[in-house]
Design a protein around this ligand. Structure first.
Ligand code: PGA
Length: 257
């Protein structure tokens, strides 16, 4: 059986009220119950995790947008730890998102977070991606360095069990972005990412590694990335806050054989 497509909703710091959050959650939950070839992962702000934990049903999983590298101790304002995220029903954790990297997370911090998340039993959605796509192809070198640096602490056994790589070129992420990448370019990056992982963890692990695409995904371009781009899933920001768009993306993913 082919692996299910993983469609991740990154809500970022939205919405503001529990009421709105529940409304959004319920609309996704209704559609997720009927999914067969894909699964939905909602990554809400950490303060809403407790609200959703008891309301999870089929086809729907919870994730964190980040984790702190330590599980407990004197770390005022640290945010959610990997183990707490797991206790709150989380099964996925995004680490190394470009918006966290912009706030100071370097590869070493990302590497510690990836290790903490995997050790806590979470699937790690490691984000990588270049800021500029230069004509000469130097971004491939950047991507390689970012992958190596971010994975340096992850025990090899977790590569096969817990790692998902999200390719998110920064120029395609969020409101300032002009456009998404193209499925053809994503496919090329995906092969490159698998090559780097193959050098680190062997060919078989690399072949099975889920590589997902993120950056200006919407209900119109989603199917192209999954089909032509052979993405194993999508990481969706803005469109995940629109129930009509996000459920259309879920349905499109599920309709692909
Ligand atoms: P976007 O965000 O879909 O709004 O571009 C994606 C992300 O930040 O993960």
């Amino acid at each position: 059986m082919r692996a299910k497509k993983i469609i991740v909703a990154n809500w970022k710091l939205n919405p503001e009220t529990p009421r709105e959050a529940l409304r959004l959650f319920s609309s996704v939950s209704r559609v997720a119950r009927g999914l067969r070839r894909s699964e939905a992962v909602i990554c809400p702000p950490a303060h809403f995790l407790g609200l959703f934990h008891e309301r999870l049903s089929g086809g729907l999983f919870l994730g964190g947008q980040d984790v702190f590298a330590k599980n407990q101790g004197a770390f005022t304002g640290a945010g959610v730890s990997a183990r707490s995220l797991y206790y709150l029903g989380g099964r996925y954790a995004i680490v190394g998102h470009s918006e966290r990297r912009a706030l100071g997370d370097g590869d070493e911090t990302v590497a510690q977070k990836a290790k903490a998340a995997a050790s806590a039993g979470l699937k790690v959605v490691l984000c990588v991606g270049e800021a500029i796509r230069d004509e000469t192809g130097r971004y491939f070198q950047f991507l390689r360095q970012q992958l190596l640096g971010s994975l340096i602490r992850l025990p090899r056994r977790f590569f096969a069990e817990r790692l998902i790589v999200a390719y998110e070129p920064i120029w395609a992420v969020g409101a300032p972005a002009q456009s998404a990448d193209t499925p053809a370019d994503f496919l090329r990056q995906q092969l490159f990412i698998k090559k780097v992982i193959s050098d680190l963890a062997g060919k078989e692990t690399a072949m099975r590694l889920p590589v997902i695409y993120g950056g200006s995904v919407d209900q119109k371009n989603a199917a192209g990335f999954l089909d032509e781009g052979q993405a194993n899933g999508l990481l969706v920001g803005r469109a995940s806050l629109r129930p009509d768009y996000f459920t259309a993306i879920l349905k499109a993913a599920d309709a692909l054989a």
